[in-house]
Design a protein. Sequence first.
Length: 470
Amino acid sequence: MHESDLRSASRSAPRPSSRSAAPPPAPAAKLLDPNLFSPPSFGAGRPIRILHVAEKPSIASSIASALSESSSDYRQEKMCMPTHTFTTTSLKFHPSPNASKTEHVVTSVAGHVYNVDFPSSFQSWDTTAPEELFSAPTVKKAQKGSLVRHLQTSFKGCDFLVLWMDCDREGENINFEVLTALSISSDDAWSRVYRARFSAVAASDILKAYGSLVKPDQLQALSVDARQELDLKVGCAFSRFQTRYFQGRYADLDSSVISYGPCQTPTLGFVAQRHLEIEMFKPEPYWALDMGLLKGGRMSRALWKYGRSFNKGKAEEIARDSRRQVPSVAADGSEVMVDNVAVVTVVAKRQVKQGRPVPLNTVGFLKACSKGLGIGPHSALQTAERLYLSGYLSYPRTESTAYPKSFDVRYYLEQQASSPHWGAYVRGLLASGFQPGRGGYDAGDHPPITPMRGSGGELSGDMWRVYELV
């Protein structure tokens, strides 16, 4: 639900709408040809200029650092977003391989460029009934006009646009928000738009992505548009409806707007249901037996096959029997009373094979951090993102638990060969050979969360604990 819809809510019922019919649906987005590339002869024999746009300033800095390694005219300017400019001659740009040199402009956005909202004619709670919002048109509004102007200024004189957003649906959607800001829709302009696919910000990964550029995926971007529109319409319609419904019915209701979130509200339902279960739970005492067995100076624990019993008398009877002394014959033939002896009646053996751990996707990673490190999901993901931005981990938001065939396992093992903690083991793997696991699922978005480079002791606290776990 967009914040501009959270306007003062009159307690009176909305007046009947003056609109006689629902507005016509918005025209379908123009589908751009995903196979439309500029000819390799473009820019031959002359300088070309490329605008690179990343999703965050820190990613833009890493991109500029990797691509400008051999540049002598690197400079950084403080504009709306930090902007890096430099020129390269030996680093070829494959869509225009015969250019005499390449001028680079590297900048970024800060997440989404636009918000989805209703036109002003549908903003009033008094003239628009909640049910009308489901068929109402939507518009995209720039979050910061200065950012749009910055992108447009940076793009002036550029021949190519390379987008470096995260390789997920949201990142793909931001790619097309940048295209909207730059008014790129013609086939000619679209043919010179590319996107880099990368999962880590190490220089080697950035250079690899730069050398294998692809087209942005418009269908993934449109799927995010659809979700955003559903979130807006469902959230605003239900927020308006339940605000009017509950106001005036409860004296202690101190909120002017009772917000509804398509995800958050059902989740609150689960929380409320669990709260009621806890409140209505009636504890009942039970008894369990914990027996220690001493043999040859070693203590073992025996588990009661019933686990627990709500019959106190039964549990106490078994406990008395186990402590009762029994008659026995001493070495001199006399009868003596000795402590009860446990007798092993059945011995069962089985072989258990422990498989290798499955590579971590985001859900598996969060579970492992919670269970193994006691770090909650929010803190764990924040820590993983800091490690990703520092080049230690691959992108932490992934559904994959299997590596693609193209993943260079040997290269990333070599990054760990000098580790003071597990370097010897890694060197043994590299010397004797290794076989990547065959299980798991490759979602095609990013590889599983993987260490990208070694740590020589510079990491500490939760940063080190999370890195070590991965």
